[in-house]
Design a protein around this ligand. Structure first.
Ligand code: SF4
Length: 729
């Protein structure tokens, strides 16, 4: 083992770097190489900031989409609209920059401030164009960036929009019932003696005509004119009581109206407080439910005293069903993960069936495990909570990083409309980190540290319908792969496809810099393995490969960072957790994989036995053939099916030994295909790269892919690939 590799191995095993704290300090300013392109994030157009607009399906919109829509409306096509478009985008960029630096306000306010800041002095055309664009933008609302305040802010706004819709429907129903109950009472009064009394008749005529009539005589005349009818005293009392309950309800306030009634609030700081309020209001809720049902029966003329009296006498808090609760507002609780962790009653609240909508803001997916365990526990609070909630079966669960909230806007609304409890677990890094909050959150999702998923009990009865891995990148892979183009130290263009792993995510957090050791370019050698390849087949002997990740420093110089074993172990655990989610989503099936492996092994053993028997029988058959008379035609020798002799420089597959495991065809279905026996062969060598060929050889469970020599001398990383291909030649 050479000296460089030895020092890398020592760091990997011990986490101790020869340069001590200086090495960790140097790493603290670095970021994953795949994030180099996002260094000036506020100059890029992306999902954030967002604008919390008025209620409706698009209750949140990205600033970019709002400006884009307006530009499409007002800017003439082609060159004629170019200046206007440029000015609009300039204002948009200024708003994004301001919000990224902590400025707050509504879209309208920020637009005005941004225009004032960027309009060149005396440039009337700029002001005119900015004004025209602003006029075309009809939405307004608070502007929010992807930061620590986003999970609660986003969910609160979405919840308010859903509650407004619910309240509007409820108020309409209650309002119509109130009018019709009043009409019943008014009609009843009109038929009563009291309605024909002189003062009432007088009041019912306009002031101009009062002197023209003798109301005393009119009263006597009308009183004699026919039989009086009306409500029975029991029915009148029922209608009056229902009307009083409906008018006094405190669940649905009318927006913008001065609150005559002391309406209930539905946002709480803890699940305990929400549950207490729910229990306290339950009798009032049951009363309102009863009033609604009585009113509807009375209005329809369907109330049958013999039947319904007993029914309603028995209606109390215990009769309230989950379906009944759908009519009422949901309770919102926004928590920090640390609160959620200490709040033992959270699970009880979620399992109660009460329509609580609980938002848990997870701000740290790393937790140091107990002393002596020597590893991180990652994502424990958030993911444990989400998994526990899923086990309750009737709880809607959505887990996502804050950067993904806009993409999951519809899913969020769906969860808030779910008739039952819901948990929204959202990761957003604390403000003030080295990376913008958006990148930090996106890295957590990309690196599988905080993957997005949802569990919707209302979507069906089985897991396939209920569970979704949502929009995680490349969900079928262990780690998503992205293209990275850069110039090497000889200024030659290089293109690679590194994976973004949990280790890259850890690199985004300066607290973990001590787990990385920079390796100078002179020390780069065969003994270094990209972290995702190391995880694909962890080596027992560290001398055979130390894992590294690609990073960039402040000057965007590419650096390799050796990763210590402790962090790699954590990354492996993260991958296992991801595998479990994949399994829930039906992407992999560990039982089927085991069965397949068992069958494959049995097939291999049987095949080896057949081969051995054929080889053993060959000399005897040859001797028999030699002894047989020449005139007797020799029986054809037992055919041992085998591949023809091959040139080891040319890639080939021992097709007859292929066990149809799909590994190679998944890597590149154009390069590898199945024949009529469903066994793989190389369909088109030029449809793929040597790298894919080597990866297929490494993945092949029965080692029947032989990569040969590279066919494209310009393919990057050939030296390393040839070394990896050696065992399979
Ligand atoms: S990886 Fe190997 S066993 Fe699997 S399909 Fe390809 S050739 Fe067959």
């Amino acid at each position: 083992m050479d000296k460089q590799l030895r020092s890398q191995v020592v760091f990997h095993l011990t986490g101790r770097h020869a340069q001590g704290a200086d090495a960790a300090a140097a790493v603290a300013g670095m970021r994953p190489a795949l994030m180099a392109a996002h260094r000036r994030l506020d100059e890029l157009r992306y999902d954030f900031p967002v604008v919390f607009t008025a209620a409706g399906d698009a209750f949140v919109q990205s600033l970019s989409s709002i400006v884009e829509t307006a530009l499409r409306t007002v800017a003439p096509a082609g060159v004629a609209g170019e200046a206007l478009r440029r000015r609009g985008l300039r204002v948009e960029r200024e708003i994004r920059r301001r919000v990224a630096h902590g400025e707050t306000g509504t879209f309208g306010q920020l637009w005005e401030r941004a225009v004032a800041a960027v309009a060149p002095a005396g440039d009337a055309a700029f002001l005119r164009d900015a004004g025209e664009i602003r006029k075309a933008i009809e939405v307004d609302g608070e502007v929010a960036d992807c930061n620590a305040a986003l999970p609660a802010g986003f969910l609160r706004h979405a919840w308010s929009a859903v509650q407004r819709e619910k309240a509007a429907a409820a108020r309409k129903r209650i309002g119509e019932l109130v009018i019709r109950l009043r009409n019943i009472l008014r009609a009843d009064f009109a038929r009563s003696e009291a309605a024909l009394a002189k003062p009432v008749l007088e009041a019912s005529f306009g002031g101009a005509h009062r002197t023209m009539f003798d109301f005393d005589a009119m009263s006597k005349l009308l009183a004699r004119s026919g039989p009086r009818g009306g409500l029975s005293p029991r029915r009148r009392r029922r209608v009056e009581e229902a009307l009083a309950s409906l008018e006094a309800q405190r669940f649905f306030a009318t927006p913008g109206q001065p609150a005559v009634t002391d309406f209930h609030g539905f946002e709480f700081e803890t699940a305990d407080a929400a549950m207490a309020a729910f229990r306290e209001r339950l009798p009032e809720l049951a009363q309102l439910l009863k009033a609604l049902r009585v009113a509807e029966l009375e209005i329809g003329g369907d109330y049958v005293e013999d039947v319904h009296d007993a029914l309603f006498a028995g209606l109390d808090t215990a009769s309230v069903t989950l379906e009944d609760l759908e009519f009422f507002p949901d309770y919102l609780v926004c928590l920090e993960a640390c609160q959620a962790g200490t709040q033992g009653s959270l699970a009880a609240a979620l399992s109660s069936g009460v329509p609580l909508k609980i938002v848990v803001h997870v701000d740290d997916v790393f937790e140091e495990a107990g002393l002596g365990q020597g590893h991180f526990a990652f994502g424990m609070r958030g993911s444990q909570l989400a998994s526990t909630a899923m086990s309750f079966d009737n709880v809607f669960v959505l887990q996502t990083a804050a950067s993904n909230l806009l993409q999951l806007r519809d899913r969020v609304q769906h969860g808030l409309r779910f008739a039952g409890p819901a948990l929204f677990s959202v990761y957003a890094a604390p403000d003030g980190g080295a990376l913008p909050g958006y990148l930090q959150a996106a890295a957590a999702m990309q690196g599988r540290a905080f993957p997005a998923f949802s569990y919707d009990p209302g979507a069906g009865t089985d897991l396939a319908a209920r569970f979704s891995l949502e929009n995680n990148p490349q969900p079928e892979r262990d780690w998503p792969v992205e293209r990275l183009d850069y110039a090497d130290h000889e200024l030659q263009a290089v293109s690679e496809e590194p994976a973004f792993t949990f280790v890259d995510f850890a690199l985004c957090d300066a607290r973990h810099s001590a787990h990385f050791g920079p390796a100078p370019r002179a020390d780069w050698g065969q003994g270094m393995l990209p972290a995702h390849e190391w995880m694909a087949r962890p080596v027992r002997d560290p001398g055979e490969g130390v894992p590294y990740v690609l990073a960039v420093d402040d000057a965007d110089q590419l650096v390799r960072l050796i990763v210590d074993e402790r962090l790699m172990r954590s990354a492996l655990r993260c991958r296992e957790a991801w595998h479990r989610l994949q399994e829930l989503a039906g992407i992999r099936d560990s039982r089927a994989e085991r069965l397949l492996a068992r069958e494959r092994q049995a097939w291999e053993e049987a095949h080896q036995r057949e081969l051995a028997a054929a080889v053993a029988a060959a000399p005897a058959a040859a001797a028999e053939a030699a002894a047989a008379p020449a005139a007797v035609e020799a029986a054809p020798p037992a055919v041992v099916e085998s591949e023809p002799a091959r040139n080891p420089d040319e890639p080939y597959i021992e097709t007859i030994r292929c066990s149809t495991c799909n590994e190679c065809t998944q890597i590149n279905p154009r390069m590898f295909a199945y024949n009529e026996n469903k066994q793989a062969y190389i369909a088109d060598l030029k449809a793929g790269t040597y790298k894919q060929m080597v990866e297929a050889a490494e993945s092949c469970q029965v080692s029947v892919i032989h990569p040969g020599k590279p066919w494209d001398p310009n393919e990057p990383g050939l030296e390393e690939l040839v070394a990896r291909a050696k065992p399979f030649l």
